[in-house]
Design a protein. Sequence first.
Length: 303
Amino acid sequence: MNDLNWDFYRTFLTVLRTGSLSAAARDLGLTQPTVGRHIDTLEQAVGYQLFTRSQQGLLPTEPALALQPYAETLAATTAAMQRVAAGEYGKVKGTVRISASDVIGCEVLPPILAALQDEHPGLAIELSLSDAVEDLLRREADIAVRMTNPAQDALIARHIGQIPLGFHAHRRYLERYGEPQEAEELAHHRLIGFDRKTAFIRATAARIRADLPAFPDLENIRWAFRTDSNLAQLAAIRSGAGIGICQTGIARRDPELVRVLPGVFELSLDTWVAMHENLKNAPRWRVTFDALVKGLLDYVRAA
């Protein structure tokens, strides 16, 4: 297996993701026979069949699932090496990959990153939007904006502080249905919330039960509008679909969004910026890290 080209593992991961040779070929810009040869070569090298055919497409075998995390690590390492090679050491030039939640990435970071690139035109930004914590130690991202304290020893982190959250609704919704004055009145309104009880939702619900006992239990609310996308929840609030939770700093930018039950419902997200300590002396990563810290600190102060 030592002589196998990285392209074979990339093809393997793409077939895993797409479930067919033809779809993988389209994604990779290869022909279907070439994709098939890559899989055949990899199967010969490992000594096991990696996929079986079914009505649903190609299904991974147990050896394929065992191989997957190692191929993903190789993909992350290869991508990190390419980012390093693309820049010139000593200059603020090259690619920086940033991981952030969808709301932070879409609503907060763009002006920060635009100003950074105005100052450093040779800097390229890759923005990975996900609520999953990407692994900085494996270099799946260079810098991460996280809502949890990074605990790994090999990381350097800057605590940004608490990003405040609150119930908000569009002025049009409140004009039609009235503005609740007490927590109990929320039961008579259309509420916008999550579709699945993730670990974050369960932890948030526990905080509210402990700190705000008068509020409805988040885990038992009958949401009128359900989606696990925080961006979709924000869009629903802006559309007048109901009352939902969003960052107060984002809501303040829109005069049509009204804070509901201010001073009664108070929640916050503890926020950090982190990167691997090996990157702290490389100019493009250091400059980007500092810009994110400053921009997010300004955002928290304004909120």
